[in-house]
Design a protein around this ligand. Structure first.
Ligand code: ADP
Length: 467
């Protein structure tokens, strides 16, 4: 079964919370309303007791209700107020007068009850066949000093009636309100989640072949817009990574095809035409060079994969960079002289920095290799190590073709090769400088290039000094 969607869950949660809140408010309102009505009816009862006292006169020392019977207003008031009314002598406990309702309901008191009732000052509720009645006791004293208990009652039916009505109205209005609120909640969550549906729809359409597509933004700057922006940033990174991967695959295929074709051609010719072991050895020697190139490239690709996977570990220690300069110069001196390039070096002294010597050498090899391979025969290359207050500086200067101002900002990007037509002659996949930069930065250093077309290029590398 399909799990319930967010819209249904939100609407349900919202409706449940609303039901609980409404139920609690109704219960609270019910009790407030009840106590308010009861307080009002008690006040009304007290008013009646007060008023009836005014109409109580003594005839032969016996309290009697006397009022103008021909005044309809007064007559109505006194009859209503005295509907539940009885008077007892407090001396004897005997009944003096009693309204018909009290008589019919059998609410008369025995002498003991008269005495107890005379002690009660607050209202007393009694359940009767006429419903609940509330009584207040009053005392009157005759001119001769006789005390009487006057009991006045009021029906609580209007309170019950009002409360029953409140419950009935609540039972109709609350479910109606809930249905209305749940429908509104359903519609609101629907419209709030509409951008999510749009994002889902758009995300479904994005595939490797159209990674340039982006999720729609509403421009509202809300959470969903932020989510879409974040996804778009992820897609942009993926697009870039896929682009690089495509470029890498293309470059690898291209770079592998040329040496493999050359190797195959040489092997074919050797098989058909080589007459002696000497000739075969010559072919093998030239093939060894091609194998070296291939091995270098594969090595670069492996390092790239390892660095991407975060597997590369640096073993940093205090190291004199002038030694590394000396070593790379030794390595490249043969190649330089074979290409008729003069290679000068000033390795400097005590260029101590905390580096991983093997990775440092890789940086120097990449930069010096570029200088030599891009500089035409007859040119100069020099490498110099110097000490700065905070850093060890290495400069590699060549008199090569230089790098155009448009290409210069990109040369440290992966797989970037400036001026492809010129670069056709020179082997490379555009990884050397990006590696060099990555390694230098992992050591807390910097690398940058200054170049002038047809005059040459100077790479400056800085590593922080030890201590
Ligand atoms: P590649 O394998 O192409 O040499 P790099 O990352 O080492 O890759 O260099 C990137 C690009 O920078 C090269 O393709 C080249 O166009 C340019 N470049 C690097 N060093 C030099 C240099 N010393 N002189 C001229 N161009 C250079």
């Amino acid at each position: 079964m399909k799990p319930p969607g967010l819209r249904l869950k939100l609407t349900l949660a919202y409706s449940v919370i609303l039901t609980v809140l409404l139920a609690l408010s109704c219960v609270a309102a019910y009790y407030l309303f009840e106590s308010q009505l009861e307080a009002e009816i008690t006040d009304e009862l007290a008013d009646r007791v007060e008023a009836l006292r005014g109409y109580t006169h003594f005839k032969n020392d016996v309290p009697t209700l006397i009022f103008k019977e021909n005044d309809p207003e007064v007559a109505l008031f006194v009859r209503t107020a005295a509907r539940y009314h009885q008077i007892y002598s407090l001396t004897t406990g005997e009944l003096v007068s009693q309204s018909t309702e009290m008589q019919l309901l059998g609410l008369g008191l025995v002498p003991n009850e008269v005495r107890t009732a005379s002690q009660e000052s607050g209202p007393v509720d009694i359940e009767t066949d006429d419903g609940r009645l509330r009584f207040l006791n009053d005392r009157v004293v005759s001119p001769s000093g006789q005390e009487y208990l006057v009991q006045v009652g009021i029906s609580m039916e209007p309170v019950h009636f009002a409360l029953r009505r409140f419950v009935r109205i609540s039972l109709i209005l609350v479910p109606f309100g809930l249905v209305l609120a749940a429908t509104a909640g359903w519609l609101l969550t629907g419209s709030a989640l509409r951008p999510v549906r749009r994002i889902i729809h758009a995300a479904h359409e994005i595939e490797v072949s159209n990674l340039a597509q982006r999720l729609p933004l509403t421009g509202s700057g809300d959470e969903l817009d932020n989510l879409a922006t974040t996804f778009n940033e992820v897609f942009a990174r993926l697009e870039k990574a896929f682009g690089e991967l495509r470029q890498l695959t293309g470059s690898i295929a291209h770079e592998l095809r040329t040496p493999i074709a050359a190797l195959r051609g040489e092997a074919e010719i050797a098989m058909l035409h080589a007459q002696s072991v000497g000739e075969l050895k010559d072919v093998l020697a030239s093939q060894l060079e091609e194998f070296d190139k291939l091995a270098r490239m594969i090595d670069q690709l492996l390092t790239l994969a390892r660095s991407e996977a975060g597997e590369v570990r640096f073993e940093r220690r205090s190291f004199d960079i002038s030694n590394a300069i000396g070593e790379v110069v030794d390595t490249f001196s043969l190649l330089a002289s074979a290409r008729r390039i003069s290679l000068d070096s000033e390795p400097g002294k005590d260029l101590i920095a905390t580096v991983d010597p093997q990775w440092l050498e890789r940086v120097l090899v990449n930069v010096l290799d570029n200088a030599i391979k891009y500089t035409p025969p007859g040119g100069h290359v020099s490498i110099r190590g110097t000490l700065e207050p905070d850093a060890v500086r290495i400069e590699v200067q060549d008199s090569g073709p230089g790098i155009s101002a448009e290409a210069l900002p990109h040369i440290f990007e992966r797989f970037y090769r400036a001026d492809p037509s010129r670069n056709k002659e020179v082997e490379g996949v555009g990884l050397g400088l990006s590696f060099a930069k990555w390694i230098v930065e992992q050591h807390g250093g910097t690398i940058h290039a200054v170049s002038e077309v047809n005059r040459g290029t100077c790479f400056t590398i800085r590593f922080p000094r030890s201590g």
